[in-house]
Write a protein that binds this ligand. Structure first.
Ligand code: SF4
Length: 354
């Protein structure tokens, strides 16, 4: 954390910071509440002008919204946000009958190398700070004029590869004078970093844990996810059981259906058998139709095949549903907006060099 990154500070740290900057301690509470609502310094009307100027000139870094795409059905808005150093991340707001959820990014890029993913194509650039994750929630909520009820950390990046910043973000998210979002309303999605799953289980942060499986055997999983070369399915299942035992929170499994790779009846049978034998606790499988990324050559099966896959799993006693897609007209794979922006920037640089 940078010394003056005030949106990454807990209320106690902010109080100390304010006092050392010559401000009254009670100002910390006012500042905390303003910045977590995404306010700009000039809007913080109960603060003296000198303090607003200090905030404007350093330490407060709200991400800037570059673009917003709204689906025609009004249910989904996809945001591209720029960070203080010009790097970009994506966030997606989804309006459901039961509330509004926001999917946020945890890193700029990703180094996990999943074969089907746009976010990893150029590797990881850097980790996001807690303030940059809080900033995504505050900026989008403000732009949409809606309170966010649920957070999903499933955008660009592997959250457990940015462990300290993400766990600090979770604690800040829960602060009653800030966004006040209960951790039971947070899902943290991981590709399966076994030691970090176990560490998270001991943090006292009761988030739901969707684990990306995508294949029922180590051999198949290694083809799709390099992380499977490091951690076997056995060790992953053991970590998932441990997570459930420590937190009481349900573990769910993400399974992206890829045509001809993992979508056969044999795959469905293998998956049901694996979870029955190794997970042992009730779990849910979210089947996701692949978001196609042109360069990978991987294709999605049709919806009817996905429905048959789900039916087979349910028939074998394994709870499973096919995830509804986002508003079809903005249903680009995660990471594609950012990549398009990077390509534009590179083209512009080349053009100016000509
Ligand atoms: S799917 Fe997730 S973990 Fe895998 S490369 Fe993409 S962002 Fe990283």
């Amino acid at each position: 954390m940078n010394d003056n990154d005030i949106m990454s500070m807990t209320p106690a740290e902010l109080r100390e910071y304010m006092v050392s900057a010559g401000e009254a301690p009670y100002r910390a509470g006012q500042v905390f509440s303003w910045i977590h609502r995404g306010a700009f310094p000039e809007e913080m009307t109960n603060l003296p002008g000198s303090l607003r100027e200090k905030l404007a000139s350093g330490g407060y870094r709200m991400p800037r919204i570059l673009t917003r795409q709204d689906s025609k059905d009004g249910e989904t808005s996809k945001y591209l946000l720029s960070l203080i150093d010009g790097e970009c991340v994506e966030a997606v707001l989804m309006r459901h009958d039961y509330g509004t959820s926001l999917c946020i990014s945890s890193q700029v890029g990703c180094r996990m190398g999943c074969a089907f993913c746009a976010s990893t194509r150029a590797g990881r650039v850097r980790d996001l700070l807690p303030s940059e994750m809080i900033g995504q929630v505050a900026a989008v909520s403000r732009d949409a004029g809606e309170r966010v009820d649920k957070i999903v950390i499933m955008g660009i990046g592997e959250p457990l590869d940015n462990y300290d910043n993400v766990t600090r973000f979770l604690r800040l998210l829960n602060e009653k004078d800030g966004l006040g979002i209960g951790l039971r309303n947070v899902s943290l999605s991981t590709c399966g970093l076994v030691p970090e799953i176990k560490k998270l289980a001991r943090e006292g942060l009761p988030v739901t844990l969707p684990v990306s499986l995508h294949a029922f055997s180590d051999e198949k999983r290694r083809e799709l996810m390099p992380v499977a070369r490091k951690y076997s399915i056995d060790s992953l299942m053991e970590a998932c059981r441990y997570y459930f035992e420590q937190t009481g929170r349900r573990v769910s499994f993400e399974y992206t259906l890829i045509s001809g790779k993992n979508d056969s009846p044999e795959d469905a049978r293998g998956l049901a058998a694996l979870l029955k034998e190794k997970m042992r606790y009730p779990s849910h499988v979210n089947l996701i139709l692949l978001n196609e990324v042109k360069e990978t050559g991987l294709r999605r099966p049709d919806r009817a095949r996905a429905a048959r896959f789900a039916k087979m799993l349910n028939g074998m006693g394994q709870n499973a549903t096919v995830r509804r897609s986002l508003g079809g007209d903005i249903d680009g794979a995660c990471g594609q907006l950012r990549r398009a922006r990077e390509a534009d920037r590179a083209a512009e640089e080349n053009f100016t060099k000509e």
